[in-house]
Design a protein around this ligand. Structure first.
Ligand SMILES: Cc1ncc(COP(=O)(O)O)c(C=O)c1O
Length: 417
């Protein structure tokens, strides 16, 4: 056939483009590269033996149901355990009718976009924000409005201004999307007082919030902060969480806790995608909860990741030049680094790769530009030794780049005279 496939694609598919950053990330998979670029759990922290027992148990006791299609909403025992668990863990008990099981939170983001967004609708996100969410909202042709973060998450004064201005133009967002706890990519957490003010703004402007919380369980120090969902007296919060980071992402099982009418509509959208989430995986996860494997396992990964975070922070303290700044996340998987404003971390990436170290350039996470001098570093996946060596390599790259750029600026100034 001599026609190209391009012209056969739908308009929507034609708009899809591989992101430059995702392409660059392929380079980080070379074996000699120490990569801080991914966001993967550490395979050494998977409870392999315990899960082998669980899988054997599911096959021995539940095979006819576990190998069958299931309800679109999800396996009822798992939904019920999650509904009750949200009461115990987060003081926000749910009814089983508020819980929907999805194939990862990523699917939940796509399904919610499907049922909430029309082309041109506005969505407000953090700047920076989770790349997978930005890509999804873009795929549904949303207009994304970013609000800057500070060390306590989305700046609520800026959010207030943004909403006022959008309201004046009759362009209020369909929803606000936040990762309030140990945000991907910045690692920051919104404190309670700021959550309250943000929630008041939701009420004032009659808005929904998607609270995406895959990292909340991974707290290494500091006090737990109540969920937006637990402040929600007006059914405005759609809560998402996932077993990916606390058990194993290969199961692809996550959940949504939302007002029943949203669950019902999302369920219809899900029927067009996959009929139901992986039944076998849902049975396994329920058994892992029932046989008390999940929570002790979370305790264990917290110990491992806390040590890795501390190893990374200590190495950064030791090796990074004074002019680099970074935060100290109390949980999650990422540290956020800010370099002097004349450094562009995307331009610096080639130098990093040739020094066998990788990161994600921060600008990937900004919905509408910015963040050129920032980067995200992941500490969960590399081994402790690799973390130290990788930070040492990265420090050399940054130092060299700062020197080169400063020299170029100086030459430019002299040239200007
Ligand atoms: C903030 C956030 N939301 C959602 C996801 C998707 O997770 P999953 O689809 O594995 O549940 C991720 C994955 O890294 C994430 O960081």
């Amino acid at each position: 056939m001599d026609t190209t496939y391009e012209q056969r694609f739908s308009q929507n598919a034609r708009r899809m483009r591989a992101s430059e950053i995702r392409e660059l990330l392929k380079l980080t998979q070379w074996p000699e590269v120490i990569s801080f670029a991914g966001g993967l759990p550490n395979p050494a922290a998977f409870p392999t033996e315990e899960l082998r027992g669980v899988i054997e148990h599911v096959m021995a006791e539940h095979a006819p149901d576990a190998l069958q299609y299931g309800a679109t909403e999800g396996h009822n025992k798992l939904r019920d355990a999650i509904a009750r668990g949200m009461g115990i863990e987060h003081d926000t008990p749910q009814s089983i009718h508020n819980i929907l099981i999805t194939h990862g939170s990523q699917q939940a983001l796509s399904l919610l976009s499907h049922v909430l967004l029309d082309p041109g609708d506005v969505v407000v996100t953090g700047a920076p924000s989770y790349l997978g969410a930005l890509q999804t909202f873009r795929a549904f042709q949303a207009q994304i409005e970013g609000v800057a973060l500070d060390e306590s998450g989305m700046d609520v004064d800026l959010l207030e201004k943004k909403l006022r201005s959008l309201a004046e133009h009759k362009r209020l967002p369909k929803f606000i999307y936040l990762v309030p706890t140990f945000q991907n990519p910045s690692g920051v957490t919104i404190p309670l007082e700021r959550r309250r003010r943000t929630y008041e703004l939701l009420c004032e402007h009659d808005l929904l919030l998607i609270e995406d919380d895959p990292y909340g369980f991974l707290r290494y120090d500091g006090e737990k902060v109540p969920l937006f969902k637990s402040l929600d007296e007006q059914e405005r919060v759609i809560y998402l969480s996932s077993f990916s980071k606390i058990l194993a992402p290969g199961f692809r099982i996550a959940w949504m806790a939302a007002p029943e009418s949203i669950v019902n509509k999302v369920c219809l959208a899900k029927q067009t995608q996959d009929l139901c989430s992986n039944t076998f995986a849902q049975y396994c996860i329920f058994e892992a909860m029932y046989h008390d494997i999940l929570f002790p396992h979370i305790e264990q990964i917290i110990r491992i990741y806390r040590r890795k975070r501390d190893t990374m922070l200590a190495a950064m303290e030791q090796y990074l030049p004074d002019r680099a700044r970074w935060n100290r996340p109390e949980g999650g998987l990422f540290v956020w680094v800010t370099l002097p404003p004349f450094i562009n971390t995307l331009d610096m990436f080639a130098k990093a790769i040739s020094n066998d170290v990788a990161y994600v350039a921060g600008q990937a996470f900004f919905p509408d530009g910015g963040g050129q001098n920032t980067m995200r570093l992941n500490f969960s996946h590399p081994s402790d030794e690799m973390i130290e060596e990788g930070v040492r390599r990265l420090a050399n790259v940054i130092r060299e780049e700062i020197e080169e750029k400063e020299k170029a600026l100086e030459d430019e100034l002299i040239g200007g005279f």
